[in-house]
Design a protein around this ligand. Structure first.
Ligand code: GDP
Length: 488
């Protein structure tokens, strides 16, 4: 019987309006068809056009992916250095190198998938140390993991100065009809140079689409920047008539945690969050050295949750000064329950909030419980267990009803956007002071692109810095980073 039967009985649409294909093995990746039981119904639906494009992409991945004759020929050509082959076999490839923290890598992966669809390329992700431990295969009957025998020597070390980088190829003017490229490297780090960022403006009159292998390195969400390119606008409009949920829809399609991670998610959810009347997520990311507790961050969290009525205040405790009068009896049980999920590297914020609601009664009688899955203290890169915990926590955040996130943090962007939640973003403090206001309700659930291009694609005047947050509808400056861009 399994999930099929459960789906029927509770009328949950496990395939998310056609976003997901039926027929994947449920045992090996339980989250794919189960996550619907843990989440709110989708607040945005995929369009029939997007669904048809996904099916095309799956067919392309299957036809050209690892293990096929086409892949073997393409990788032989890459190895031998044979040039100017264009899209022989109708197969061209996008290899993604993602890096930095897990939030960065997830945003990079979703963006690369969108770019692969826009440019009809097969997406292959470099597995790093942990990708295979974190996510299931998204495409049926093939793999999205870059084969271990990928023939491009030293590809992991490609950087902005590489001769094959888009910026350098452009500067050398090797972009005409007769261009010969074994591969091209797109360096789309948030701090990439302006000439590297010209890659955002590539269009079909340029050389890139004739290059069979493209290696892309990015550490963030580049989708908003793709919306600035006139060459993609029509297609993007058809795929996403609503621009405020691009990551949400892509992530529901593409990202399915492995059974180990999903077990962590569901066990924690069932133990601490499920039975509450309401769930609030608070994602705390403090950008200070050594991750020590910071008083003004706690003050900021409490100012934000109070300002936005997300958490109740507390009554003065009996022993407290100024309470006056007779001691108050504790309220009788039976109030609404609110479960607060706190995530962060440090446990002090959680402990302080929990203690506050233990020592004193909440002002409105709400029963507040506070839970934090882990306190890892320090960030470690590509550490298997830390990545798994981080992913589990992002998913748990996405299962809350309301969410407070930390500005600048890709961890928070992912937690909110996965859940279709418009976050209250705590603005990053300056000068050790609580900012005023302490948090802002975001324009949309979308993540912020932290290093977009600052020029117009039609003019490509890289020496003039423009406010690209006003060029096209639905692409605006981020709430937490004035130079970032987000879809709304
Ligand atoms: P960002 O640095 O806030 O943009 O987020 P990233 O996810 O890219 O990088 C931070 C990394 O630090 C994560 O990948 C985790 O490994 C770790 N980390 C930060 N915050 C948390 C947290 O709340 N929980 C856990 N488990 N890990 C965290």
């Amino acid at each position: 019987a399994g999930l099929g039967a459960r789906a029927e009985s509770s009328k949950k649409d496990v395939l998310l309006g056609g976003l997901l294909l039926p027929g994947f093995d449920e045992q090996s990746c339980a989250s794919r068809y189960q996550s619907v039981y843990y989440r709110k119904n989708m607040t945005r639906s995929p369009t029939p056009y997007l669904i048809s494009r996904l099916r095309q992409q799956e067919a392309l991945q299957r036809r050209c992916g690892p293990g096929t004759e086409a892949y073997r020929r393409a990788s032989d050509r890459l190895r031998s250095g044979e040039k100017d082959v264009g899209t022989v076999d109708g197969c061209s490839y996008l290899v993604l190198l993602s890096y930095r923290g897990l939030g960065n890598r997830i945003l990079a992966t979703a963006s690369a998938f969108l770019y692969a669809m826009l440019t009809d390329r097969v997406l292959l992700v470099d597995r790093g140390k942990t990708t295979g431990d974190l996510f299931c295969e998204p495409f049926p009957e093939t793999t999205w993991l870059l084969p271990l025998d990928f023939p491009l020597q030293g590809y992991k070390d490609l950087g902005e100065d590489a001769a094959e980088s888009y910026g350098n190829v452009t500067l050398r003017n090797e972009t005409g009809d007769s261009s010969e490229h074994r591969f091209v490297y797109m360096h789309l780090d948030h701090a990439a140079s302006l000439s590297s960022k010209l890659a955002y403006c590539d269009d079909h009159r340029q050389f890139l689409h004739r290059v069979q292998w493209v290696v892309m390195r990015t550490d963030g969400y580049i989708a908003p920047s793709l919306f600035l390119n006139p060459a993609y606008q029509q297609e993007l409009d058809r795929m996403f008539p609503r621009k405020d949920s691009v990551f949400y829809i892509i992530s529901r399609y593409l990202l399915h945690p492995t059974n180990d991670v999903w077990g962590m998610v569901t066990r924690f959810y069932s133990s601490y969050l499920k039975s509450a009347d309401e769930r609030l997520g608070i994602q705390i990311r403090v950008f200070v050295q050594d991750d020590k507790p910071v008083q003004h961050i706690l003050d900021q969290i409490l100012a934000c949750t109070s300002q936005e009525h997300l958490l109740p205040g507390v009554l003065p405790s009996a022993g407290g000064s100024g309470s006056g009068g007779a001691p108050r009896p504790p309220p009788t049980a039976g109030g609404r329950s609110k479960a607060v999920l706190v995530t962060g590297l440090n446990g002090w914020y959680h402990d302080s909030i929990r203690e506050m609601y233990w020592r004193s009664a909440s002002a409105n009688g709400e029963v507040v419980s506070v839970h934090q899955p882990s306190r890892e203290e320090h960030q470690r890169f590509f550490h298997r267990m830390q990545d798994m915990k981080a992913l589990a926590e992002m998913y748990l955040l996405s299962m809350t009803d309301k969410i407070v996130t930390s500005g600048w943090s890709t961890f928070g962007y992912v937690g909110a956007a996965l859940g279709g939640l418009t976050p209250y973003i705590m603005i990053k403090p300056e000068n050790h002071k609580v900012p005023d206001p302490p948090c802002k309700w975001a324009m949309s659930m979308e993540p912020c692109a932290q290093g977009p291009p600052y020029f117009e694609c039609t003019r490509k005047e890289v020496d003039k810095i423009l406010d690209t947050g006003n060029l096209v509808p639905h692409v605006r400056a981020c709430e937490d980073m004035s130079w970032g861009l987000k879809l709304t």
